[in-house]
Design a binder for this molecule. Structure first.
Ligand code: NAP
Length: 467
C-alpha cells in the first residue's frame, strides 16, 4: 500500500511546499538493513547521582561498539571505564558542532521529585543536537517496586516526561522509558539494542518493564533465533508474512499457518524462507490438537508462538449481527486461548519459550464501529497480563504488540478520509509498515529477552488515539 503523501513530502518540491504551508512532514524513517551496526552515530550517556543501571548500559554500548560521549560527569566516566567503555567528554559550550543519534539517561538514582531536575539538566542542552530518526532512552526503576512513596512518585513521573518528549523529538525520532527491576540489569541488553536501532522505527513513547530472570542466553546477535522453531498464524500476507520472513531472517524455522483457502499464498511465503506450511482454520474445534500434534511430530515442540491471525467486521453495535460478533471474538481471542491451553497442557512449548500476541490500539482506546474488535483485542491484553506470572514460572514469556495504523490489505480497505486521518494522527505523521510490527516481535522472540514478560508495546508512531 503506497503512501503517496509521504513520497511527495520527501521530494524537493514537496519539502518546500509542506514547510511553507505548515502541513505534517512525514520523514522516510530509518529502517534496519542487514549488515548494519546497531546504531549509526554518536550516543550521549548520562546518569542521575546514585544511578544503579549505568554499568549494564555501558556493557551494552561497548558490545555494540557505539561511539559514546558524556558530559563531564565523573560518575558516568568512571562507571563506563570500569565496564571497558571509552567515553569522550562533551562540553556543549565548546563543541557546538557535535550531533547525536541517541541519548541514554539512567534515572534510577532519582529518589524524590525535587531531583527530577536532573532529567532537565541532561536533556535540555542536547535537544537541538539530534539527527534524523534519533533515539531517546530513559531508564528507571519500576515504581511498584520502589521502597518509598517519594521514590515511586519520582520514578512514575518519568512516564509523562518520556511521552511528552516523544511528541517533541520530531524528524522521525522516538523516546522510550525502560523500567528495570532489581537484579534485572543483565536482562536489559536485548531491549537497549532494539530501542537504539532502526528496528524500532515506528515505536515511540512506550514504557517497557524488564524483570529478573535466571535465563542467560549466549547467542549470535545476527542470528538470535538459530535452532528455534516458530509458529506464525495468518502468515500468508500482511503483517503475518512480514513476521514469518523476519523470524526466518533471524534464524528460526518458521511454520506458517493460514486458512486452507489461502494455502497457495501461504506456500509461496514459506517456500521463500525455507519454512513449512500448515493450512488450517484456527477456529476449528480440532485446530489446537492438530497444531500440537504437528509441532510435536515434525519438530519435537516449538519455541515461539505468534498469534497474528485476526479479522475485523466493523459495524456499530446496533447494526452488528451476532455472526459478525462471534467471528471476530472467536478468531482474535477465543481460539488463541484454546491453542495456548492445548500447547501448555501437552508441554509443547520448550524452555525459554515465547508466546507473542497481536493486539491493537483499538483494544486500548476503543474505536467507533469496533465494539467486537476492540473487545477481542483488549481481551488479548488481559490474556497477556494474566498469563505472564503463570508462564514465568515455566520459564516462558508472553507479550503483545498493539499496532496502530499499519499499511496492509486490512487498512487499504478503510474509506479514504478515515484512512488518511489514521495515517497522519501520530507523532510520525505516517502509517507504519508490517516490518515495524515484525521487528518488535523479533525483539520479544529473542532468547535474550527472557526478562521481557507481560509487556504491551504499541507499534503506532505514538498515535494520538489511545494516548
Ligand atoms: P490481514 O492482511 O487480513 O492478515 C490476517 C491473516 O490472518 C489473513 O491471511 C487471514 O485470512 C488470516 N486468518 C483470518 N482468520 C483466520 C483463521 N480462522 N485461521 C487462520 N488464519 C486466519 O491482516 P493484517 O493487517 O496483516 O493484520 C494482522 C494482525 O494485526 C491482526 O491480528 C490484526 O487485527 C492486527 N492489527 C492490524 C493492524 C493494521 O493496521 N493492519 C492494526 C492493528 C492490529 P483471511 O483472508 O481469512 O482474513
Amino acid at each position: 500500500m503506497s503512501d503517496r503523501y509521504t513520497q511527495f513530502a520527501n521530494s524537493p518540491l514537496g519539502r518546500m511546499l509542506i514547510k511553507n504551508l505548515g502541513l505534517p512532514a512525514p520523514l522516510n524513517l530509518d529502517r534496519f538493513q542487514a549488515g548494519e551496526p546497531v546504531i549509526n552515530g554518536a550516543v550521549l550517556l548520562g546518569a542521575a547521582p546514585g544511578a544503579v543501571l549505568t554499568a549494564g548500559i555501558a556493557r551494552t554500548l561497548k558490545n555494540i561498539q557505539a561511539e559514546v560521549h558524556s558530559y563531564a560527569q565523573d560518575q558516568v566516566v568512571k562507571t563506563a571505564k570500569e565496564a571497558g567503555l571509552g567515553v569522550k567528554v562533551w562540553n556543549p559550550e565548546v563543541d557546538t558542532e557535535q550531533k547525536f543519534k541517541a541519548l541514554v539517561f539512567d534515572a534510577s538514582g532519582i529518589t524524590r521529585s525535587d531531583d527530577l531536575v536532573q532529567v532537565y539538566h541532561f536533556f535540555h542542552p542536547v535537544m537541538r543536537k539530534l539527527v534524523e530518526s534519533s533515539r531517546i532512552i530513559i531508564l528507571g526503576l519500576p515504581p511498584e517496586a520502589c521502597t518509598t512513596p517519594r521514590q515511586a512518585t519520582a520514578q512514575r513521573a518519568l512516564e509523562g516526561f518520556t511521552r511528552s518528549l516523544g511528541k517533541e523529538v520530531k524528524k522521525g525520532g522516538a523516546a522510550q522509558l525502560v523500567y528495570v527491576a532489581q537484579d534485572a540489569d543483565k536482562q536489559a541488553e536485548s531491549t537497549l539494542r532494539f530501542f537504539l536501532s532502526p528496528r524500532s522505527a515506528y515505536v515511540s513513547a512506550q514504557v517497557v518493564r524488564i524483570s529478573a530472570s535466571n535465563t542467560e542466553a549466549a547467542l549470535d546477535w545476527n542470528k538470535p533465533l538459530a535452532g528455534k522453531v516458530a509458529l506464525v498464524t495468518g502468515a500468508s500476507r500482511g503483517i503475518g508474512e512480514a513476521i514469518a520472513k523476519t523470524l526466518a531472517r533471524d534464524g528460526a524455522h518458521v511454520v506458517g499457518l493460514d486458512i486452507p483457502a489461502l494455502s497457495d499464498d501461504l506456500r509461496v511465503v514459506t517456500s521463500m524462507i525455507g519454512g513449512s506450511a500448515l493450512a488450517l482454520d484456527i477456529t476449528a474445534g480440532d485446530a489446537p490438537a492438530k497444531i500440537a500434534d504437528y509441532l510435536k511430530s515434525n519438530h519435537g515442540g516449538v519455541d515461539i508462538i505468534v498469534h497474528n491471525a485476526g479479522v475485523t467486521r466493523d459495524k456499530t453495535l446496533a447494526n452488528m449481527t451476532q455472526q459478525q460478533w462471534d467471528m471476530v471474538m472467536n478468531i482474535n481471542l477465543c481460539s488463541e486461548e484454546r491453542i495456548n491451553d492445548e500447547l501448555l497442557a501437552q508441554n509443547v512449548i520448550r524452555e525459554n519459550g515465547r508466546v507473542i500476541c497481536v493486539s491493537s490500539i483499538s483494544g486500548i482506546a476503543g474505536n467507533m464501529g469496533q465494539s467486537n474488535y476492540g473487545m477481542s483485542k483488549a481481551g488479548v491484553i488481559g490474556m497477556v497480563q494474566s498469563m505472564a506470572p503463570l508462564l514465568y514460572a515455566k520459564n516462558i514469556t508472553i507479550n503483545a504488540v498493539a499496532p496502530g495504523f499499519i499499511e496492509t490489505a486490512m487498512t487499504a480497505a478503510i474509506p479514504f478520509a478515515i484512512r488518511e486521518a489514521g495515517r497522519r494522527m501520530n507523532s510520525m505523521s505516517q502509517g507504519g509498515l508490517p516490518i515495524d510490527v515484525a521487528e518488535t516481535i523479533a525483539w520479544y522472540a529473542s532468547p535474550a529477552s527472557a526478562g521481557v514478560n507481560g509487556n504491551i508495546v504499541r507499534v503506532c508512531g505514538q498515535s494520538l488515539i489511545g494516548a
